[in-house]
Design a protein around this ligand. Sequence first.
Ligand code: BGP
Length: 475
Amino acid sequence: ELTAFPKSFLWGSASAAYQIEGAYREGGKGLSVWDKFVRIPGKTYEGTNGDVAVDHYHRYQEDVDLMAEAGLKAYRFSIAWTRIFPNGKGEPNEAGLKFYDDLINDLIAHKIEPVVTIYHWDLPQALQDEYGGWESREIIPDFLNYAKTLFDRYGDRVRYWVTLNEQNIFMQHGYLMASHPPAVKDPKRMYAANHIGNLVNATVIKYFHEHGYQGQIGPSFAYSPAYPADAAPINQLAADNAEQFNSYYWMDMYVFGHYPDLIRKWQTEQGLAPEITEADDALLKDPLSHPDFMGLNYYQTNTVAANPLDGVGMAAENTSGKKGTSKESGVPGLFKMAKNDYLQKTDWDWNIDPIGLRIALRRINSRYQLPVLITENGLGAFDTLEADHEIHDDYRIHFLREHVKAIHEAISDGVDVIGYTTWSFTDLLSWLNGYRKRYGFVYVNRDEESEKDLARYPKDSFYWYKQVIASNGED
Ligand code: BGP
C-alpha cells in the first residue's frame, strides 16, 4: 500500500527567464551572456535565440490563466538579473522589479505558489566584461546585492527560493565543454569558478537565514545517478567514482561544506584543486549557509564502466535530435559512459528511467537527510500540431505518469518530497536545441507566416496533468 501524496504537495511546472520571456531589450533590460552567446555562429541549433522566445513577457497573463485552468499549485520561474540590474549592479530598475511583482501577484491571485529561481544562467554581460563573471570573487557581493533586492521586494509573497540552477551544468558546459558561455575549455578555471559559485550559494543562503525572511531556500542540482555497466567490481568502482565526481562533488559541498576526499585527491594530482581559504572553509561549514531543501532536476541516469588513464575524455552531448549520435565520453582513470540495454532513449539520447528518479530521491534522502523539491523533470520530444490544433503527446503522458509513480513510491520509502515542478509548462527555447525540442503541456505555435504565431494550444498531456493534480496524484 502506497503512502498518499501529502495534501500540501506542490504540483507544478517550471521555466526559466531566458527560455520564455523574449522582450530581450524591453523594460530597461540589460544584455546577459546568453544574449551575446547565441549570436556567435554555430553555437546554438540553427542560430536560434531567446530574443522573442515564447513572448511570455507580454503574454504572462494568458500563461497564468492556463496554469490556473490546469489547476497548478506551484509555478517555478527564474528572474532575469539583467531586468533588475541591467549592468549587474548599481541602482535597481523599477520596470524590471514591477514585471515580476505583477507576475507574482497574478500567480497568488490564482492560488499558485511562486517558486523563484534567482539565477538560471543569464549572467549580466557587464559583469562578464568587467571582471570575468564567475571567475572573480567580485561576483559575491554583486550577487548578494541582487538576491537581497529580491528578498526585500518579494519576500512577503515568495516562500520558496532556488539560489543557483544546475551549477554543475552551467560550470561544466561553460568552462569544460565550451558549449555554454563563456565557452572556455579549461578544467582548472572550471573548478576555480565553481568554487566561487559555491561561495555565492553559501553567502546568499546564510544571509537569507540570518535576516529572518520566511520560507525556504536551496539550490537546484542536476542529478543523474550512476549505475555500473555490469557486476564486474571494476565497473562498480567506476560507478562509485562517477557518483562522487559528477554529483557528490556538488551536493556534499552544499550540505556538508566540503568536497569529497577522493575528488580533492584527484584534483591535486591533476593540478586542478581550487584554492580554499580559511574564511571560505568557515563560511561553507557554517550550518546557516546550508540549504533547507535540495532542489532536484532529474532527467536521466548514467551507466558507466571503467576507463583507463589513457581512455576517453569529455565530449559534447547530442544536440542533433538523431538517436544514437552521441559520442564516447568519460574521465580518464575514473569512468566512461556505457550503454544500458535496459533503457529506451529520447531522440536526443537521454535515457528514460523512472526508477532512476526513485533511486535519486532515496540517495539524496539517505546521504543528506533533507526534504527534496523536484524542480525539473520532463520529456523533450518532437510534437505534431494537428489540423484541429490538438497535440496527441501520449509518449509524454506515459513518461510523466511513470515518473509520478516513482515519486509516489519514493514517498512510501520515506523520502520527504515537497513538490514536483515539471519541465515545462509552455513549450520554450531549449538552450542548444532550438524550439523543436518541446517539453510543455502547452504547445506554442512558431509558424511565423501565420497570424497564429506564438498561439498557445493545450496538449493531451495538459488534460492528463489536470486530472493528476485534481486527484492529488491518484490518476
Ligand atoms: C536543464 C535546464 C533547463 C532545461 C532542461 C532541458 O538542464 O535547467 O533550463 O533546458 O535542462 O534541457 P534541454 O533544453 O537541453 O533539453
